[in-house]
Design a protein around this ligand. Structure first.
Ligand code: 5RP
Length: 233
């Protein structure tokens, strides 16, 4: 099966298995999570789901919700009260302990706030995202305020990272996040533990958030090329 079909399959499996009427639902960002958004929209339109209160993790996801008529709230809205029943999101890499690297789409800040505010978190991936170790492969995004670009870069390098400023496509200059910050992509050829790095990176002055997700272990839906979807607790 093609990767695009696998992404859809993983996302549909998570929605069909976990989403029920009345839920406060976090909706992730990216080319896999978008299929979960579309599935929720279709089930609402068919009347098979009701009374969903959704929180989007990016402007792109919010726009898709608006197009599909999915009722959208902020995390601070009275109907949500800062707590969600479930968030479904994609990931850039997942290891055997369901720790993740996220933020390939630059939405790591809201993705982490939303995931960690959820009673349950599901991650939907195709099998190409599975890794034995996090760090040496997909570079970990680190969102930083502009003034701290060089000081954070130096601290990341002191931790053993190879660092590059994320450049925009079809815009001159760097990516500016939805929160007005820059992203440093940090590859760790010899990474300390992801738990250590998740905390340590956020201790650097000027770091807003980083793309290690280790504190809440998700239920991972892995779509495999043989057509099966593994549900890994
Ligand atoms: C966006 C993310 C995405 O979930 C991650 O990049 C995976 O994206 P895709 O499903 O398009 O491969 O963290 O910030």
């Amino acid at each position: 099966m093609e990767q695009a079909a696998l992404k859809e399959r993983a996302a549909f499996a998570a929605v069909d298995r976990l989403v029920t009427s009345g839920m406060k639902l976090g909706l992730g960002t990216g080319s896999t999570a978008i299929h979960a958004v579309r599935r929720v929209g279709a089930l609402l339109a068919q009347g098979r789901l009701r009374d969903i209160c959704a929180v989007a993790t990016s402007q792109g996801t919010a726009m898709e919700c608006e197009n599909l008529g999915i009722p959208l709230y902020t995390l601070n809205a009275k109907a949500i009260g800062g707590r969600l029943d479930l968030t479904i999101d994609g990931a850039d890499e997942v290891d055997g302990e369901n720790r993740c690297v996220k933020g390939g789409g630059g939405a790591l800040l809201l993705e982490k706030i939303t995931a960690y505010a959820s009673a349950a978190w599901a991650v939907v991936v195709d099998e190409s995202k599975c890794r034995s170790r996090l760090g040496p492969g997909f570079p970990v995004p680190v969102e930083v305020v502009e003034e701290a670009r060089l000081t954070v870069k130096a601290r990341l390098e002191a931790l053993g990272a190879e660092v590059s400023l994320r450049e925009a496509v079809r815009k001159a200059g760097p990516v500016i996040t939805e929160h007005g910050n820059l992203i440093l992509d940090a590859r760790f050829p010899e990474p300390p533990s992801p738990e250590f790095l998740e905390g340590e990176l956020n201790n650097i002055p000027g770091v807003v958030e980083n793309g290690f997700f280790t504190r809440l272990r998700p239920l991972v839906f892995i779509a495999r090329t043989d057509g099966t979807v593994e549900e890994r607790p």
